[in-house]
Design a binder for this molecule. Structure first.
Ligand code: ADP
Ligand code: TRP
Length: 333
């Protein structure tokens, strides 16, 4: 017998997750948070969760994880996530993530996971090659497929993971019933696909090259002033496309503003010290309201608990329906 069809998902259901494994940075903001925020409340549902089960693959200190989980919810809220419009929760509070992950792992070909670049990169960086780290993409697929997600806004580094989620949905449907799982699409904005870090590599918590969104202004100043540049003098013409300061500054500007700034680089006369100060100003203008909201929210001791309790309930309601279809499809119901 064919399993029942997915309850017609909303036209657009956007989902993304972020690991509580360090302070939020510009890469997270432009690659994931902002595209997700732009969808919030526009159409269908926006789902945002803290991938705390994923974080266990790298954070194995309970006190550190506990703090990071709380912080990241406050960060999200300060960035503009509205618990009235978006569903906000901790992954570990919705047990179905782990259950679906197991079921998907039974159709996940070993070869597919062996080709996952992120696993290889992490092991190369010295992270312990646990089974959990290896099957990380399967849990991520479960996160996505559990909610009939249609769109997943991520940076380019996560593209392969979303493709694995697509492949697993297709494989599952082919094996157990073609209408069980919704096949999601990654949403990757070309202009913010890879936000460079202060050293020119991809900005990442694990590379120590980030410009954080929240936290001490002194740390931000130091990070921006420490951006690597070539040694061209003030009057020399500079190539904006090769300059990390410009690449970062551009993120805050409209198309015509970035064109004007690029011209200033090209004609010469703009030194790197001055260019960094301009970037700092653009950064502070953009994030000032969020930074002060973050400080306010931190005073409300019950806020995280309240927001996530409500979010968990809504998430569980969707997850339960999907799991009913999945259990029926595989013969567990
Ligand atoms: P990190 O690499 O710092 O650990 P995460 O893996 O927690 O970041 O990423 C969370 C989200 O932010 C993901 O959607 C990821 O694609 C996005 N992201 C992270 N770094 C960047 C970057 N440098 N440029 C664009 N998007 C990024
Ligand atoms: N793997 C993602 C990252 O490191 C975090 C994540 C977990 C995620 N589950 C997800 C992102 C589901 C989008 C959708 O950035």
């Amino acid at each position: 017998m064919r399993p029942s069809s997915p309850a017609a998902p909303p036209r657009l259901r956007v989902l993304s997750g972020i690991q509580p494994s360090g302070s939020l940075h510009l890469g997270n903001y432009f690659g994931s948070i902002r595209p997700n925020l732009e969808q919030q409340g526009k159409a269908g549902e926006s789902i945002f969760f803290v991938a705390d089960l994923h974080a266990l693959t790298t954070v194995q200190d309970a006190a550190v994880l506990r703090q990071a989980r709380q912080d990241i919810i406050l960060d999200y809220l300060a960035c503009g996530f509205d618990p009235e419009k978006a569903i906000i929760f901790f992954q570990s509070d919705v047990l179905e993530h782990a259950e679906l992950s197991w079921i998907l792992s039974t159709v996940a070909p070993m070869g597919m996971l062996e080709r996952a670049v992120s696993y290889k990169e992490k092991v190369q960086k010295g992270i312990a090659a646990s089974v959990g780290l290896f099957t990380y993409p399967v849990l991520m697929a479960a996160d996505i497929l559990l909610y009939d997600t249609t769109h997943v806004p991520v940076g380019r580094d996560q593209k392969q993971h979303v493709e694995i989620a697509r492949d697993l949905a297709i494989k599952f449907n082919a094996t157990f019933g073609k209408d069980t799982l919704v096949v999601p699409e990654p949403v990757i904005r070309a202009e913010v696909a890879v936000v460079p870090g202060t050293d020119g590599q991809k900005m990442s918590k694990s590379y120590g090259n980030t410009i954080p969104i929240f936290g001490d202004e002194g740390v931000i100043l130091k990070a921006i002033m420490g951006i690597v540049t070539d040694s061209k003098g003030v009057s020399e013409p500079k190539d904006p496309d090769k300059c990390i300061v410009y690449q970062l500054h551009k993120l805050f500007l409209s198309a015509s503003e970035s064109k004007d700034l690029a011209e200033q680089y090209r004609v010469g006369g703009l030194g790197y010290g001055e260019a960094k100060k301009l970037l700092l100003r653009a950064y502070l203008d953009h994030f000032r309201p969020m930074r002060s909201k973050r400080a306010e929210l931190a005073q409300q001791s019950a806020l995280v608990e309240e927001v996530t309790r409500a979010g968990t309930k809504r998430a569980q309601a969707i997850a339960a329906k999907t799991m009913e279809r999945v259990r029926k499809a595989v013969g567990l119901l």
